[in-house]
Design a protein around this ligand. Structure first.
Ligand SMILES: [Zn+2]
Length: 253
């Protein structure tokens, strides 16, 4: 890789040169128009950040129609980037026109590739996400915050699969994590709380069975006016997992 490409990437990563001055570096041959757009956006944003100190490194929003239970449903979709590209999240907001806005029904959902995308039966993530979508769509005001970096309760996909392999040898979900040197739960909720504040929703009805999630949000300044149980049907593959969440992680199941 040539020096010119390295220096261009250093600029595009944070939008600023080491002296803190935003400037536009000519693109090296081989970096296309898309990179140029990204660089301009980062430079412009960081210039703003110094004066107004926004909560996020970057944000975007649009309308997102989804197919849900055979119907088209429209959401406001907000994307957020905190301090790195690996620390991003999405919020889907559903508001019914004309309805009196109360504390929104909120689900803070930890991303799960195996569950959410492939409908794995080893956990309950897919069912919980579907249930959350159903309740949010039925509500006059609901929000789903999706946190991809919470994969495997925050230990990442590879560690989660290692922990699954440890469970195959007889350990439960808590001891499996510990056996591979990973924390039982590495999730933090700072980004979720910043998103709720950005959306003007500091009072929420939180769909969760996890009292620690309620405490985490409260500690960061969110008023949880109601903890809404979010129990789903167990399968023969996740019975032990759910029992461990109930018995060793204080989930209300
Ligand atoms: Zn899962």
């Amino acid at each position: 890789m040539s020096n010119s490409i390295l220096s261009a990437q250093a600029v595009s990563a944070n939008g600023l040169h080491s002296n803190g001055v935003a400037s536009v570096t000519p693109l090296p041959v081989g970096l296309g128009a898309r990179t140029a757009v990204v660089m301009e956006r980062k430079v412009a944003h960081d210039t703003t950040r110094r004066s107004e100190a926004p909560m996020f490194l970057d944000t975007a929003h649009t309308v997102l129609p989804i197919e849900f239970q055979g119907k088209e449903v429209m959401f406001e979709a907000h994307a957020y980037e905190d301090d790195s590209v690996s620390y991003q999240a999405m919020a889907l907001v559903h508001k019914r026109e004309g309805a009196k806005l109360e504390a929104p029904l909120v689900r803070v959902h930890s991303g799960c590739v195996t569950g959410d995308i492939f409908h794995s039966l080893r956990c309950d993530c897919y069912q919980q996400l579907q249930k959350a979508l159903e309740k949010v769509v039925e509500s006059s005001h609901g929000i789903i915050i999706y946190l991809p970096h919470h994969e495997g309760r925050g230990i990442g996909l590879v560690n989660k699969m290692k922990a699954y392999a440890a469970q195959d040898r007889g350990l439960d979900t808590v001891d499996a994590n510990l056996s591979i040197g990973a924390p039982v739960d590495a999730r933090d909720y700072e980004l979720a709380v910043k998103i709720l504040k950005d959306l003007g929703s500091t009072e929420v009805r939180l769909m969760t069975n996890n009292p620690m999630k309620v405490d985490a949000l409260r500690d960061l300044g969110i008023t949880v006016v109601e903890q809404v149980p979010h129990v789903v049907q167990a399968s023969r593959f996740n019975q032990r997992y759910l029992a461990t969440k109930r018995e060793r992680m204080a989930h209300k199941l």
